[in-house]
Design a protein around this ligand. Structure first.
Ligand code: ATP
Length: 319
């Protein structure tokens, strides 16, 4: 193995840069040439390749986003697109590829592996929606960003004695909402993985007011419904003053947390080690804190849920 490539794909996530840096530096440390592919699979098809030097990843570990840029690429979902991508890699003498992204990006990576290109995936998405790993890169930062916002909302909520509904990201996963609810002391959390009743939310709100609570915060995962609609429903049925905040893309930006930088550095280095050992079609992950290589096939066929004990805990602590 002489030359490897790295790309970031799908939604960006804080910590992707730390992972790219680790891939580049580990590769060079072991005497490999490392090529950066810009704009994910789209850049692969358009041959947006550039050599990465030690200096090309200097001063990026603390930066959010991805210096390689990211993109979504419909043509790569077709067998012709995948074949073309494979040919581009071969044409440039690439012997192995690291793909940093989410579930969709892994499906593309699996196709390249099947065509004969050794490919390793690194879970990078704020949503934490990938099974068989402790956490995805970017999740911890997104939770911390949302918590900062919640703490500020809590100040004004207390002063005005209002109810706040806060919608957080996560696509179809409730992980961000659940962790933010627990760490932010929310009254209720609505996630797609658990059935919920707005009547129960209202009962909790009214119980809180009856015992003198100054404010209430209700966390809504975007996959569970629209914060705006839920806010309207609660206002109509309680008569309370309800304000809605949709946190949106601020959760995708910002400097990665220390935890995300550590995870990204570990997984970047491990992905290169796996390629050097001849592995392919696997996700580099941590499981119970230890490095683990998980077949993409297992990732695709394993159902996942957030830790539902946390869900019980939110409800218990906000009694
Ligand atoms: P995130 O969840 O953070 O958005 P993701 O990797 O799941 O990340 P997607 O938009 O689903 O994001 O996928 C990124 C890219 O991966 C797509 O634009 C496409 O190029 C490729 N891809 C997705 N699904 C497939 C598939 N089934 N086969 C081949 N390539 C795919």
């Amino acid at each position: 193995m002489k030359r490897i490539a790295v790309l970031t794909s799908g939604g960006d996530a804080p910590g992707m840069n730390a992972a790219v840096r680790a891939v580049v530096r580990t590769g060079i440390y072991h005497g490999l040439e490392v090529i950066g592919i810009q704009r994910g699979y789209s850049g692969l098809l358009h041959e947006e390749l550039m050599p990465m030097t030690l200096g090309s990843v200097a001063d990026v570990i603390q930066r959010g986003g991805t210096v390689l840029y990211t993109a979504r690429c419909e043509p790569f979902k077709s067998p012709e697109g995948q074949r073309q991508g494979y040919e581009v890699l071969r044409k440039h003498g690439i012997d192995g590829l690291v793909v940093i992204g989410g579930d969709g990006s892994f499906r593309g990576a699996q196709k390249l592996a099947e065509l004969g290109m050794p490919t390793i995936g690194i879970p990078g998405t704020i949503d934490n929606d990938i099974p068989c790993c402790d956490a995805t890169i970017g999740f911890d930062t997104a939770v911390n960003t949302a918590i900062e916002a919640i703490d500020k909302i809590r100040d004004t909520a207390t002063s005005h004695e209002r109810t706040y509904v806060v919608e957080v990201m996560g696509r179809n996963a409730g992980d961000i909402a659940l962790h933010v609810a627990l760490a932010g002391g929310a009254e209720s959390v609505l996630i797609p993985e658990a059935p919920f009743s707005l009547d129960e939310v209202i009962r909790r709100l009214e119980r809180g007011v009856a015992r003198g609570k100054k404010h209430s915060i209700i966390l809504v995962a975007e996959g569970a419904g629209s914060g705006i609609e839920i806010g309207k429903h609660l206002a109509t049925h309680t008569g309370f003053e309800v304000r809605v905040t949709v946190l949106g893309h601020i959760q995708r930006g910002g400097a990665p947390s220390a935890r995300d930088r550590v995870l990204a550095s570990q997984l970047g280095a491990y992905a290169v080690d796996l390629l050097r050992q001849g592995a392919s079609g696997k996700m580099a992950a941590t499981q119970n804190g230890a490095l683990a290589a998980v077949d993409f096939e297992t990732v695709f066929t394993t159902a996942r849920k957030p830790d539902m004990r946390l869900y019980e805990l939110v409800n218990m602590l906000s009694i």
